[in-house]
Ligand binder design. Structure first.
Ligand code: ADP
Length: 366
């Protein structure tokens, strides 16, 4: 009895195989430079055979799908009609949904009798109220063009919120949390009683916080300005904002470890990059502290949130007036609870595991 979790990218397939009962990992791997998803699945089939597992005997496959639009509030069993609906959402996620769909098609081809489920990055955020998800733009853009905020990293925010409840030994339904997923992609989520009520990413993963290579929120008029003054094409502007901005633009690299050590050596650009990065995280924290009805805990996750004591300390510093008191020793020794006795908010470090959360969803559906 096993559950296979698939994260299909345009040229790679990341997979994890779990025992369907215990959710222990049986095997996991990353297949890179695949010719296409059919070839990738063939390579994965060979890998799984080494564990005496035939892909046709797997109980279910859970696929990460980036964009579920407004249609998907929860994981869903994939059939032809559902696949058509995911296909219709491609304009909202042109960089991601096509690869996710191609992965689903390859899975259905190689193991036709195994049920497939779609797990959407956006689904967890479908509980966000309209006043938070609507943009102040004409109605028609929302009704005809689906222009609204959707939010991403939902699987991660959901996973760490459950783990936070375990750590605090309280039911999730009794807790208000602010979760920060800080990796190459960065997003924050305001979670009241287990439900996302706001998140920093928007219609696409470009909105919100400063990221590894994405700018996050900027004045939208900059786009028109660049097109008019610098004669850039819209594609060039999109590449600039998604791939050449963020930490990379300011520090010359998007690897936070490199930036931190450059800062130690007095590099001014690295120092500025970190100040900007932290300033925006702090502003986001402040925004949720005022829009939420009380906050019990702040959760740090993602490559940076889990591993960088420096960034966690910088985000929490000077916020004693908000009841946020970090314990420096606990923080630098990477403990899971890093607040001190004076803190009225719990401060938590929780490793995310999106694959496991997908396996959990599938297990519940089975
Ligand atoms: P992705 O969003 O692509 O999954 P990750 O969540 O793995 O990325 O986060 C990548 C970021 O985490 C990089 O900027 C990397 O430098 C940073 N990171 C990883 N380990 C550490 C560490 N020990 N200290 C500081 N930053 C770290």
């Amino acid at each position: 009895m096993s559950i296979l979790v698939i994260n299909a990218g345009s040229s790679s397939i990341k997979y994890s195989l779990y025992d369907a009962k215990t959710l222990n990992v049986i095997d996991h791997g990353l297949l890179e430079e695949i010719k296409n998803h059919d070839e990738g699945f063939e390579r994965m089939r060979s890998q799984l055979r080494l564990h005496n597992i035939d892909i046709a005997d797997i109980n279910a496959i859970g696929h990460r799908v980036v964009h579920g639009g407004e249609r998907f509030h929860a994981p869903a069993l994939i059939d032809d009609a559902l696949l058509d609906e995911i296909t219709a959402l491609i304009p909202l996620a042109p960089l991601h949904n096509p690869a996710n769909i191609s992965g689903i098609n390859a899975a259905r081809k190689i193991a036709p009798n195994v049920p497939n489920f779609a797990i959407f990055d956006t689904a967890f955020h479908q509980s966000i109220p309209d006043y938070a998800y609507r943009y102040p733009l004409p109605y028609d853009l929302y009704e005809s063009y689906h222009v609204r905020r959707y939010g991403f990293h939902g699987t991660s925010h959901h996973y760490v919120s459950d783990k936070a409840a375990d750590l605090l030994n309280k039911p999730l339904e009794s807790l208000n949390l602010i979760t920060f997923h800080i990796g190459n992609g960065v997003s924050a989520c305001a979670i009241e009683k287990g439900k996302s009520i706001d998140t920093s990413m928007g219609m696409t993963p470009l909105e919100g916080l400063m990221m590894g290579t994405r700018c996050g929120s900027i004045d939208p008029s900059i786009i028109g300005y660049l097109i008019h003054e610098k004669k850039m094409t819209i594609e060039e502007v999109e590449t600039l904002l998604n791939k050449k901005s963020g930490l990379l633009a300011i520090a010359g690299t998007n690897d936070l470890r490199t930036i931190l050590s450059a800062k130690e050596k007095g590099d001014a650009n690295a120092t500025l990059a970190i100040e900007m990065f932290v300033y925006r995280l702090k502003k986001q924290l402040g925004a949720y502290m005022t829009t939420m009805r009380g906050v019990d805990a702040i959760v740090f996750t993602g490559g940076i949130g889990e591993h960088s004591a420096t960034i966690r300390e910088a985000v929490c510093s000077g916020l004693e007036h908000l009841g946020i008191h970090l314990d420096t020793d606990k923080n630098t020794t990477n403990r899971s609870r890093i607040e001190n006795d004076h803190s009225s908010l719990a401060l938590l470090v929780i490793p995310t595991d999106e694959e496991r959360q997908i396996a959990l969803y599938v297990q519940q559906l089975l």
